[in-house]
Ligand binder design. Sequence first.
Ligand code: HEC
Ligand code: HEC
Ligand code: HEC
Ligand code: HEC
Length: 167
Amino acid sequence: MQEGIDQKSRFSQHAVFRAGVTVLFILLVFAIFRYMSVPKSFGQYGYYRGDNVTEWVSMDLSYAPPGNTVCSKCHEQVAQATSQAEHNKLNCQSCHGPLMAHVRKPAESHPAVAGNAELCGTCHRELVGRTKEQIASVKVGEHSGGLDCTRCHDPHQPWSKIGGRQW
Ligand code: HEC
Ligand code: HEC
Ligand code: HEC
Ligand code: HEC
C-alpha cells in the first residue's frame, strides 16, 4: 500500500518535471527565435523598427514640394498663364511628373511630356460613372481623331489656341 502511494507521487513529480522542462524548452526556443527575428532597432522610438525612420529620411525625394511656386521661380510665364485658366488648380507635376531632380539641377535634365490622350485622357476620358459636371470629358478617339491633344489645346490654357470658351 505504502509502496503504491510512493510510486504514484514519484510518478506525478516526474510528470510535472517533464511538463516543466517542455515549457522551459518552448520558452527558450521562442526567446532564441525572437532574438534572431526582431530587428535590433525595434522599440527605439515605439512599437516599430527605429531604423525605418532613418531609411525614409535618407530616401531621395522624387517630387518637388507641392504647389507651383517652386516652378514659377524659373518658369514665370507658364505659371502665370496656367494660373489664369482652367488648369489653375492642377499641380505642374501632375502632368510633368516628379521633377525634384530638375529643380535641383535644371540644366542636367530636360523634362519632356507628351500632351497626348494618355496624359489628358487620365482626367478627361469619358468614363462610366464620371459625369461631365465632375469634369469635362470627351470620347478621346472620336474627339481627337488620333491627334495629340496639344495640337488643338494648349496644355496650360486649354482654350487659348482654338478660341473656344474664354476664361
Ligand atoms: C532653378 C530654375 C528652375 C526650376 C525651379 C524649374 N525649372 Fe524647369 N527648366 C529650367 C531650365 C533652365 C530649363 C531648360 C533646361 C534645358 O532645356 O536644358 C527648364 C526646362 C523645363 C522644361 C522643358 C522645357 C522645354 O522647352 O521643353 C519643363 C517642362 C520644365 N522645365 C518644367 C518645370 C516644372 C514643372 C518645374 C517645377 C516642378 C520646374 N521646371 C522647375 C529651370 C527651372
Ligand atoms: C494639364 C497638364 C499640364 C499642366 C498642369 C502643366 N503642364 Fe507644362 N506642359 C504640358 C505639356 C503637355 C507640355 C508640352 C507641350 C507641347 O508639347 O506642345 C508642357 C510644356 C511645358 C513647358 C515647355 C514649353 C513651354 O510652354 O514653355 C514648360 C516650361 C512647362 N510646361 C512648365 C509648366 C509649369 C511651370 C506648370 C505649372 C505652373 C505646368 N507646366 C503645368 C502639360 C502641363
Ligand atoms: C490631373 C487632371 C487633368 C489633366 C491630366 C488634364 N486636365 Fe484638363 N482639366 C482638368 C480640370 C480639373 C479642369 C477644370 C474642370 C473642368 O473643366 O471640368 C480641366 C479643364 C480642361 C478644359 C476646359 C474644359 C471646359 O469645359 O472648359 C480643357 C479643354 C482641358 N482641360 C484639356 C486638357 C488637355 C488637352 C490636357 C492634356 C494636355 C488636359 N486637359 C489634362 C484636369 C486635368
Ligand atoms: C482637332 C482639334 C482637337 C484635338 C486634337 C483635341 N481637341 Fe479637345 N476640343 C476641340 C474643340 C474645337 C473643342 C470645343 C468643341 C467641342 O467641345 O467639341 C474641344 C473641347 C474639348 C473639351 C471640353 C469638352 C466639354 O464638353 O466641355 C475637352 C475636355 C477636350 N476637348 C479634351 C481633349 C483631349 C483630352 C484631347 C486629346 C485626346 C483633345 N481634346 C484633342 C478640339 C480638339
